[in-house]
Ligand binder design. Structure first.
Ligand code: ZN
Ligand code: ZN
Length: 489
């Protein structure tokens, strides 16, 4: 397969009925590529294909003149275009839109004023003088910067970016343990080398779902996870979060964790293949198919976790049947439910660990984490429907309000979830609960993750009980429909 000719930030493309993406693997001043085995060939070529070099050993790539790379200019106007541009005073960026139930890749052309500046300071001075908003000052990524490639024997060559790299077999990047193979795109952004894996969405998913739900999960749970991860990937693309970064998705939890073929097996490949292109739509729109490890009994409403507008298909559902008579937003029910024995025989150790856990933290450490000198009392102000504490106050030399489940987990020392109670006596007053903690705080909790969308432990349980992936998805994202005809070619 040939990479199509690209402009600077070309990114995603539809090729032969597949969506190809650039997944960022490295953004650092220097990149080291090491073949896993001796007979691996790494070919680095300029995009016009005229100059290319092949290597059989480890290579180190750096930017030839990093000091001259970053400069600044003032944005004049942007327009939507269909072609890339060779004009260095214009920058083309891809972005994604959802139109008529289809994913479209559009290009935005940024036109700049003729003046350019070596420092941001100079640009600011010019802008002030000419009454131009400082927001219009942009860093201009350099087209056609030169990279230096050095092999193990000290041989050096130079190429103009962007370059494409093809590896005939697995390679390691930097000191990383994971391997990648196939096609890569390398460009420079500011003073960094940006190295991206260029591959079909489906191959990307086969490197994502095992990190999320494990590679030994039952087939229908893997398929449910594949559809959720595929849908989530499209939702991430449509957010255009990495529009200015030179790639489509990153490989960390910021987007979804991608580790190449690590832990990939036949079941993973089958789950992706047997659900090929399937995504979840709601009223013709891509759903935000968010997911988490373990709800703990009920899933949480997305607007409780992220404080946005209510989302119809993310209002929260009962995950376990036994939970239906508990109102987990009430303190006493939350305690009773956390104390109930739930572990099942066929659960793996991570499932049991996520379903029920204990943790201790000293009162001193808690105060330190919250930025306080000491703590006298802890107030639980609000729990969501899943029992997650979404607002609490720490009273000491000052009062600190923690108003998100994520913040609460961090301050208590990286808890698996904010669905917990503190052991010991507490007093309830008009719905608010006050705890006067001892020197050591013992915490008993359930669940792992934010609790919104599909619960992976629940998906595993449903698959073991014989539920198919569509019904699993329907349970956690009610009202959504599976659709596979969304590519705008
Ligand atoms: Zn990201
Ligand atoms: Zn659950």
């Amino acid at each position: 397969m040939l990479l199509l000719g690209t402009g600077l930030l070309a990114g995603a493309q539809f090729i032969d009925g597949e969506l190809y993406l650039e997944i960022n693997l490295v953004s650092e001043p220097t990149v080291t590529i090491t073949p896993k085995t001796n007979n691996t060939q790494i070919t680095v070529s300029e995009t016009d294909g005229l100059i290319s070099h092949s290597f059989n050993s480890s290579i180190t790539i750096s930017i030839r003149n990093p000091d001259i790379l970053v400069h600044y200019a003032i944005l004049d106007y942007t327009e939507i275009v269909t072609e890339t541009s060779d004009n260095p005073k214009e920058v083309v960026r891809d972005f994604f839109v959802w139109e008529n139930s289809r994913l479209k890749i559009k290009k935005e052309l940024q036109h700049f004023l003729p003046e350019s500046f070596t420092t941001e300071e100079e640009a600011l001075q010019y802008a002030q003088k000419h009454n131009i908003s400082a927001k219009k000052i942009k860093e201009i990524p350099m087209l056609n910067s030169t990279i230096r490639i050095q092999d193990e024997n000290g041989n050096i060559c130079y190429l103009e970016t962007p370059v494409k790299i093809h590896s005939s077999a697995d390679i390691y990047l930097q000191e990383d343990d994971y391997t990648y193979s196939g096609d890569f795109v390398l460009k420079t952004m500011q003073k960094n080398i940006v190295l991206n894996h260029f591959l079909p969405l489906e191959d990307y998913l086969a490197g994502v779902i095992q990190n999320e739900i494990g590679n030994n999960a039952p087939g229908e749970a893997l398929k449910a996870q594949a559809v959720a991860a595929r849908t989530h990937a499209l939702a991430l693309l449509l957010n255009n979060k990495h529009k200015a970064d030179g790639f489509d998705l990153c490989r960390t939890t910021h987007c979804q964790v991608y580790k190449g073929k690590y832990l990939q097996n036949e079941q993973i490949l089958q789950a992706v293949r047997n659900s090929a292109s399937e995504v979840l739509l709601y009223n013709g729109n891509i759903t935000d198919a968010t997911y988490h490890s373990c709800c703990g009994g009920k899933t949480e409403a997305a607007d409780i976790i992220w404080k946005g507008k209510p989302v119809d298909y993310l209002k929260g559902v009962n995950c376990l049947k036994e939970v239906q008579n508990y109102d987990l937003s009430k303190e006493s029910d939350a305690h009773k439910w956390i104390d109930k024995d739930l572990a099942e025989e066929d659960m793996s150790s991570w499932e049991r660990g996520a379903l029920s856990w204990h943790k201790s933290i000293s009162l001193k450490q808690l105060a330190k984490n919250a930025g306080l000198d000491y703590i006298n009392s802890i107030e639980i102000i609000q729990r969501g429907n899943s029992g997650r504490i979404t607002e609490m106050k720490l009273n000491g030399n000052n009062t600190i309000t923690l108003n998100s489940e994520y913040q609460i987990r961090q301050v208590f020392g990286n808890l698996l979830s904010s669905f917990f109670y503190i052991e010991g006596s507490y007093s309830a007053n008009n719905g608010a609960v006050t705890i006067h903690p001892k020197a050591t705080i013992n915490i008993k909790g359930r669940g792992a993750g934010h609790g919104a969308g599909m619960c992976q432990v629940g998906a595993l349980r449903r698959a073991r009980e014989g539920m198919d992936y569509n019904n699993i998805l329907q349970h956690y994202y009610p009202g959504t429909v599976i659709n596979k005809d969304w590519m705008d070619e």
